[in-house]
Structure formats: C-alpha cells, structure tokens
Design a protein around this ligand. Structure first.
Ligand code: FAD
Ligand code: 2HG
Ligand code: ZN
Length: 549
C-alpha cells in the first residue's frame, strides 16, 4: 500500500479551503446566534483552541456556540457562502489533534446542544443531542430507565455523544457490546452547504437503502456536523465483579485472554478485558496517584470485569477464571474486589495512565490494532519499539537501555517507586479486542518542577544526564525515530489483523501514516465521498485526509 502523502500528490481531487478572514462574517454570526454565542477574544477562546494534549491548535477566527440544529445549519450556510472552513467540537478530549482550529477557521462548539430529546421505552432507543456529555447521559439513563450507554472511557466526564460518534470511540466495553457501529441507529447531520439530513430512527431495523448514517461514525467532522444521534441502549447490568491479576509473561496473558473470552470463561458476562505492562503501572502509581493492589510489580497486569443481572453469575464466573488461570500458571497472583471502593481502585490503575503520561512530560502516542501474538512479549510491538529506540537515540537516553533483555525493560526506569528518568516506552490497552496503546514518554523539566520537592532530581539524575536543550530536542528525536517506523512494523507483522489507528481516529497526528491501513481503492472511495459531500473542502479540512495544495 502507498503512504497517504504519495496518494495525496497523485490524485489532487480535494481543493484547499480559503482560510483568510472575510469581513462581515463575525457580525453575521452574531446576528444569527446572538452576541453571547460568538466569541472572538483570545482569553475566552483559549480552551476551545488548544487540544487536550496541549500539542495542537491555533487561534480561531471565532468560536460559535449554536443551541439548535437550525442555528448550526445557519452557521454552516454563512461559512459556506464566504468559503470559511469550520471545525466542529464536542468535549475537546480527542487525542489526535482533530478537534481544534487552525488559524482563520471557525470553531463550532456543540456544547449548548445538550438535551436528551426522548427515550423510546418500547424500542429502548435514546435520542440525544450531540453535545450531551457521555457520563451525565449514562447516569441519567441508568437512573430513569435502568439502561446504559454501551460505551465507557476515561474521558467520559467531558466527551460528548457527538464526539464519540464522530470518532467511532471504542473504550473498555467493545469486548461486550461491540463498537458504536453496533448501537448507532441513525444520526441527524448538517451537511457542508447547510442542508439538514434527518436520519433519526427508533426502529431497530430499517433497510431502505444506504445506511448513510454510518458514514458519520468515525468521519471526525469531515463529512458533516452531527447534531443528534439515535442509540440502541442495553439494560444496565445490575452487578459487576472486577479482578486484577499479575502475569509473568505474555504467553500467560494470551492464554488468559483465550480463557476469559471462551465459553467456560466469562462468556456473556464479559464486560472488560484490559492489560498494562509494568511501566504503565509504574506510570499510574508514580504520576497518576493510583495504588497498585498487587503484592509486587509483574511484567503484565490484566484487569477483568464481568457484569450481569444477578451477582452470583458474574462473580462466580470471574472467580473461576482467576483461579483456573493461576492453577494453569497463566497468572501468578490475583485480587478480586470485594467492595465498590475496591473496584474503583482497580479501575483507577488502568484509567489514570493517560493523564499520568501527560504529567510526566511530552509523549509520542500510538493507538494500533495488532494480533495478540504481536502486541507485547518478546515478539511484540512494545519490545520492538523499545529496541529500535535504543538503536536510534544517543546512549543513555532510554531508561536502562543497556539491558539485553528488552522485555524486562517494561518496568525499567523505576526504582522502588522512584522514576529514574529517561525516555520510556509503555504498552497498555484493550487486550480483549487487540487494541494496543503504545506510548513513549519523554520527561519534561517544566512538568518535573511541579512534582513534590526532591523528585525532579530523581527524574533527571538517574539514567540520563540531559541538559535542557537536549530535553527540548528529545521529543522530536523520539517522534522521528518511532514514526512511521512503528506503524510500518505493525502493518508488516500484523497482516489483516493490523490497523495503524484503532480507536482514536486520524485527526492530524496520524495523517502521515494512516494510508498504511487504507488500500488504494479505499483511499479513492474516501476522497470521492469527501468531494461529493463537501466539494469546497470546508469541514475539518486537512483532517483524516490531506488537502492538496
Ligand atoms: P472532540 O475531541 O471535541 O472531537 C473529536 C473529533 O470529532 C474532532 O475531529 C471533531 O471535529 C469531531 N467532532 C466532535 N463533535 C462532532 C460533531 N458533533 N459532529 C461532527 N464532528 C464532531 N477514545 C477511545 O476511543 N477510547 C478510549 O478509551 C479513550 N480514552 C480516553 C481517555 C482520555 C483520558 C482522553 C483524554 C481521551 C480518550 N479517548 C478515548 C479519546 C476521546 O475521548 C474520544 O475520541 C472521544 O470520543 C472524543 O469526544 P469529544 O466530544 O471530546 O470530541
Ligand atoms: C485508553 O484506553 C485511551 O486509556 C487513551 O484510549 C490511550 O492515552 C492513550 O494512549
Ligand atoms: Zn483506549
């Protein structure tokens, strides 16, 4: 397959949108929405114009906050007439730089569209506006109707249903309920010329032609603005049981995954199956404030959750899986939570890694699908990336890079809970559905200064003797070493089980290598769809696909 860059040059079908500031647009937007719904001053726009990772975003021409589908359509029409590009935004928790503007673009926030329109009790379908926050809506649904949104992720407090649908967000329950393609029954969307398309259906079945609503699942705002969604929602399981086990090697993890997913395992009670390597647990404990419930650090930690209507079936199944995994020497040890508080503590270890990484410093993020055998362990992507970095970086930059045993480096860089510094590579993720989050972490002096006193010395004095200019340089050196090397490795070793972007989307950060997982025909089809629906290339231009110059 060709790279995205090569394909973009070859085809040249998408024009570059104008990004100058046409006079008259801001007063027109104020007239359409009211002055308080249009922000143009730096301070008030800041939070909309910087992404969650603090890596992307420029000053918008204006931030607009419509409160209805009609207002969204009016904004889109006004921008379309003046050929001004638009970026839709939900909770701004995206991790690929796609939710924030480039200079001169209008940022359209869905935050004021946060009403549940209705819940159909016969079909159990929720119809809600795009700006509804995931956690708030899920809690409402559980309280009022004993049902739940079949999606959960650590950003749930801030992310929105529109953003979730637009990124085809995965999260921890894909192993139980599948991805959002399994539950989206329809969307309401505003197209690039301001046309409103109403695909909201509460019918569970509707085969009346193209299932076009699903084009918007994962389109990242490039084909239209999602203003409302219809979601099939399952009964909220009344009980859950959570366990965490320590494994000595990757082969044990693989066998445990097979066991948990099998008919004698958690079967239909499976709710989540996650893994962390020792470096990720170290990260969560040192920088994320989590507490490791296991007696010592193991190369791999697996979190299992079972959920069902009656308590006995999920807890019995979970206990059976954990015990038999220990007997079969897949796991060395395990704990099963005996209270809601303990369940939360186990989940905190897994859910705090992303935030912990940002506290430690800068990072290079990869979010890939890969066959289990190639995820971790001696033959896996994490070890391969670490080995590659050891060759590419100056001596001493990678934590304990002198060790010949690259798998044992999973936990390297930490000594008795103290971060010894250096670049480290950690792997964790949704092991039940083959989704690896591979992160390289580069400590930052600025962030270290926010640490408890004395700790910053530990961060830099140990494995690495860096000067501040080298630190500034380290992020780009690590990025250049890993990209596109890791995506290429994944593509080469993962076959049809590989994807260089599993669940976070492409945005701008994966543009240079997304083409590795898109065949030539797929790329062409995507470009034709984009050109048909957004001929002026005004909706999130240059995200998901490159714009031609
Ligand atoms: P935004 O960040 O605002 O936007 C994301 C993209 O969708 C942008 O391209 C934007 O233009 C577009 N968009 C947003 N709203 C609309 C709309 N109404 N119409 C059209 N386009 C729109 N992701 C996972 O998949 N799984 C995880 O487990 C996971 N965990 C996370 C944990 C943390 C701590 C964080 C910070 C992020 C995590 N994410 C995860 C990524 C992120 O939360 C998801 O991508 C989420 O779905 C984004 O929702 P949002 O409302 O914040 O969208
Ligand atoms: C998760 O599963 C998220 O925790 C974020 O998808 C992953 O930060 C990451 O790399
Ligand atoms: Zn994830």
């Amino acid at each position: 397959m060709q790279s995205a860059r090569t394909l973009a040059r070859a085809r040249g079908s998408i024009s570059r949108a104008m990004s100058t500031s046409p006079s008259g647009l801001v007063p027109r937007l104020e007239q359409l929405l009211g002055r308080d719904a249009v922000l143009t001053q730096g301070d008030s726009m800041d939070k909309y114009c910087r992404d969650w990772l603090g890596q992307y975003g420029e000053r918008a021409l204006a931030v607009v906050r419509p409160n209805s589908t009609e207002q969204v359509a009016a904004v889109v029409r006004a921008c379309s007439e003046l050929k001004v590009p638009l970026v839709p935004q939900g909770g701004n928790t995206g991790l690929v730089g796609g939710s924030v503007p480039r200079s001169g673009e209008v940022l359209l926030s869905l935050e004021r569209m946060h009403s549940v329109r209705f819940f159909d009790q016969d079909s159990n379908v929720l119809v809600a506006e795009a700006g509804c926050r995931l956690q708030e809506t899920d809690e409402w649904l559980r309280r009022e109707h004993s049902r739940c949104i079949p999606l959960d992720l650590a950003a749930k407090g801030s992310c929105t249903l529109g953003g979730n649908v637009s990124t085809a967000a995965g999260g921890v329950h894909v192993v139980r309920w599948g991805g959002l393609h399994s539950s989206v029954l329809g969307v309401e969307a505003v197209l690039a010329d301001g046309t409103v398309v109403d695909g909201i259906r509460t019918a569970r079945k509707s085969n009346t032609g193209y299932h076009w609503s699903h084009l918007f699942v994962g389109a990242e705002g490039t084909l239209g603005i999602v203003t409302a969604v219809a979601l099939a929602v399952p009964p909220a399981p009344r009980n859950r049981a959570v366990a965490m086990v320590g494994c000595a090697d990757w082969e044990g993890v693989r066998r445990l995954v097979h066991r948990a997913l099998g008919p004698d395992g958690l079967a239909e009670t499976i709710s989540a199956l996650e893994y962390l390597d020792a470096g990720s647990v170290d990260m969560a404990v040192t920088w994320g404030g989590a507490r490791d419930p296991l007696d010592e650090r193991y190369p791999y930690t697996v979190l299992l959750e079972a959920a069902s209507a009656d308590l006995s079936s999920c807890s019995q199944r979970l206990e059976h899986v954990v015990q038999s995994a220990i007997v079969a020497e897949e796991a060395v040890t395990g704990v099963i939570a005996s209270s809601t508080q303990q369940e939360r503590e186990l989940w905190a270890v897994r859910e705090s890694v992303t935030l912990a990484l940002t506290k430690r410093g800068a990072g290079v993020k990869l979010d890939v699908s890969v066959p289990l055998s190639r995820m971790a362990g001696p033959e896996g992507a994490v070890v391969a990336a670490r080995r590659h970095l050891a060759n590419e970086l100056p001596p001493g930059w990678l934590s304990n890079a002198t060790s010949a045993d690259f798998e044992s480096l999973c936990g390297a860089g930490w000594n008795g809970g103290v971060d010894e510094g250096g670049v480290c590579v950690v792997g964790y993720g949704h092991v039940g559905d083959g989704n690896l989050h591979l992160n390289a972490s580069i400590p930052s002096l600025r962030k270290a200064r926010g640490m408890p006193e004395g700790r910053e010395d530990a961060l830099f004095a140990g494995a690495v003797a860096w000067t501040p200019p080298q630190l500034a340089d380290a992020h780009s050196r690590v990025g250049a070493a890993l990209l596109p090397w890791v995506p290429q490795w994944i593509t080469e070793h993962g076959g049809r089980g590989a994807s260089v972007s599993a669940e976070h989307g492409v945005g701008v950060s994966k543009l240079s290598y997304a083409g590795l997982s898109r065949g030539e025909g797929e790329e062409l089809l995507m470009r034709r769809l984009k050109a048909a629906l957004d001929p002026l290339n005004l909706l999130n231009p240059g995200r998901v696909m490159t714009s031609d110059h």
